[in-house]
Design a protein around this ligand. Structure first.
Ligand SMILES: [Ca+2]
Ligand SMILES: [Ca+2]
Ligand SMILES: [Ca+2]
Length: 268
């Protein structure tokens, strides 16, 4: 059973900065997001003052055996916030085998609307790297955790989409990963999180739906990266009131491609 995060900026900044590293806050229009530098963890994404997020983390595994680790367990080589709505975290080193960079860009919008864009880049060092990247997301839409549903739509090789709804609305979420993940997992908290912290190699189970309940979802990318080459995965997460009939899937089909979708909506 998880506890709901009561967001008090003063308490959050004071206590969590002390216990778990620095807190970074992105703001854009009606939206705000908060990140913990130590755990590469986003734990607040608020729209019009209402938090919709419980936890988002990236994990990785090198090779096919052994445990996954959170990005936060890597050496943090850079954490910069050039503007109020952008943040870039850099982990690891080429000498250590690879560098991982996560760039976040928050976009405010009309009431109820927000977008969070994420680019994850992995650069290999002198040797090729067998890299498994995991994105784990636990949204609690409308601040209520036990009444959400999630469906994952796989669209290989280009993309995958996770669509989460709240039983009573109005908020819903769509998240797209450009470069389709090799495996996905929709689940109830905290089964996926336990697997990513259990000390042995995990492959997500490709279950596509979960809920109603405290749903979570995760994507897994398996890749071999050549020496000094970089692989970048682009993500877009949207929050909006109950969607019009044309969802992101329809929009993608209408405009003929996921990359064009991201380009269209990504801020210059
Ligand atoms: Ca809910
Ligand atoms: Ca595991
Ligand atoms: Ca949830």
């Amino acid at each position: 059973m998880k506890t709901i995060l009561i967001v008090s900026l003063a308490i959050t900044l004071g206590l969590m900065a002390q216990a778990q590293g620095a807190i970074y806050t992105l703001t854009a229009g009606n939206s705000a997001a908060q990140f913990n530098s130590n755990g590469d963890t986003a734990f607040v994404w608020s729209v019009d003052g209402n938090n919709q997020l419980y936890d988002e983390q990236f994990f990785y595994r090198v090779g096919d055996t052994g445990p996954e680790h959170s990005f936060g367990s890597l050496i943090l080589s850079g954490y910069v916030q050039p503007t109020a709505d952008t943040l870039t975290a850099t982990y690891g080193s080429l000498l250590g085998g690879f560098v991982a960079t996560v760039s976040y860009n928050l976009d405010g919008g009309a009431p109820g609307n927000s977008a969070l864009y994420e680019d994850v880049s992995i650069t290999a060092g002198i040797n090729p790297v067998s890299f498994h990247l995991f994105e784990y997301t636990d949204l609690d839409l409308n601040g209520t955790m036990n009444d959400d549903r999630v469906s994952i739509v796989r669209m290989p090789p280009a993309a995958a989409l996770a669509i989460q709804n709240d039983a009573t609305g109005p908020e819903y979420s769509e998240s797209i990963g450009v470069l389709a993940p090799n495996h996905v997992e929709a689940a109830l908290f905290d089964s996926t999180l336990l697997k990513l912290n259990d000390g042995v190699a995990t492959t997500l189970n490709d279950v596509l739906t979960a809920g109603p309940g405290d749903v979570t979802w995760a994507f897994q990318w398996d890749m071999t990266i050549a020496p000094f080459q970089t692989v970048t995965i682009q993500k877009a997460k949207l929050l909006a009131p109950i969607p019009e009939p044309m969802t992101m899937v329809g929009l993608l089909m209408a405009i003929g491609g996921i990359s064009s979708y991201v380009r269209k909506y990504r801020k210059a």
